[in-house]
Design a binder for this molecule. Structure first.
Ligand code: SF4
Length: 346
């Protein structure tokens, strides 16, 4: 038995086929094992019932399957489910199932902790410990799909990368996970049902456009005034709004796909007319829609949801300028599963 066994899901299908050929078997065996790993989400080599006992033992001697384990699962009164997911090295991330009448959405994490330091976000208080591997992202989706079938009698319909971490700071692994999720060798989900949400890393937005990705892009904007945005999202100093705007224009030029802006309105921070005017102006640069998200206070109460009047002022101004706006009521507040609340408290 080898001491340092390799994570079998780090291998491509070709590498797996090669492995079998090198070990005197048929390349086709690689396809069978690949199917067990990515279509049937096998947790152990024992699960691979159409593979001979000897071959399973050979796999066991050479590889591991680092499957995630749902450590604790909490269900909210509104049907939201939050999973605290244990990784193979003991670290924990969280993912959330959000059901509505018409869809079930998985909100998945891409990093343990986060590289960035948004002041309103509970995850920011956990420093970034590491990036998630593609299979760890994939497994969160599979776990939520299973829960969706179990508790809501329907498969998962949508995925948002809005859990812990900045997905564009773990770009390669996020792209590999999405490839597996959308591939017919994997879960065969449409990329149109996947949204990657970023706090706005201009260089990576350009790269996504160059890579011709097929999923949707959302940007957590929260302010279109540099001074205000830098206060609440300090990395804005490094990636100012002008750079973000240019990257988004490039994205639209290359992909012709609208951008979603995620926007929270906080009392005394971005609830003035000047904030609204700046946001409306920003929305006109590139075709977009807006999601105004209800805020969920984290412990210290420094950030508070703005008044209904302030929200109405935003909505009226956006609609007057023919910008589509939705208001997202918060879900799963009672289990700390709402946006910005993921902090491994369970
Ligand atoms: S809001 Fe997103 S990018 Fe900002 S600190 Fe939280 S997890 Fe990271």
């Amino acid at each position: 038995m080898k001491d340092n066994k390799k994570d079998i899901r780090a291998l491509t299908k070709e590498q797996l086929r090669d492995f079998f050929v090198k070990n005197g078997d048929k390349a086709f065996r690689g396809n069978q094992v690949y199917e067990w790993l990515w279509q049937k989400s096998a947790h152990t080599f024992e699960d691979m019932t159409n593979i001979s006992k000897e071959t399973r033992q050979m796999l066991e001697d050479n590889f591991v399957i680092n499957h995630i384990k749902v450590d604790t699962m909490q269900r909210s009164n509104d049907g939201t489910v939050k999973n605290a997911v244990r990784l193979h090295d003991g670290l924990i991330v969280e993912s959330v199932l959000i059901p509505t009448k018409t869809r079930t959405t998985a909100c998945v994490s891409s990093q343990v902790g986060c590289s960035l330091d948004c002041k309103f976000c509970a995850t920011a208080r956990l420093k970034r410990m590491r990036n998630l591997n593609p299979d760890e992202i994939f497994d969160q989706v599979v776990a939520i799909d299973n829960e969706s079938r179990l508790y809501h009698n329907r498969p998962l319909s949508n995925i948002v990368f809005m859990g812990m971490g900045e997905p564009l700071m773990n770009y390669n692994n996020v792209i590999k996970a999405i490839d597996k999720i959308t591939s017919t060798d994997g879960l065969a989900m449409s990329p149109k049902r996947i949204t990657v949400s970023t706090s706005g890393v201009p260089k990576m937005i350009r790269k996504m456009a160059d890579d011709d990705v097929k999923f949707n892009l959302a940007v957590s904007l929260h302010s279109a005034i540099d001074e205000v945005r830098t206060k609440i999202m300090p990395f804005n100093e490094t990636f100012p709004l002008k750079d973000l705007k240019e990257a988004l224009e490039y994205w639209y030029l290359k992909t012709s796909r609208k951008i979603s802006y995620e926007y929270v309105v906080w009392k005394g921070i971005n609830d003035k007319q000047g904030d609204i005017d700046a946001f409306v102006k920003f929305c006109k640069y590139v075709p977009c829609k807006v999601n105004i998200i209800e805020y969920n206070p984290i412990d210290d109460g420094e950030f508070q949801q703005a008044s209904n009047d302030a929200l109405e002022n935003y909505i009226t101004a956006l609609e007057k300028n023919r910008i589509v706006v939705n208001v997202r009521r918060s879900r799963g507040k009672d289990i700390d599963a709402a946006c910005g609340q993921l902090a491994n408290k369970s």
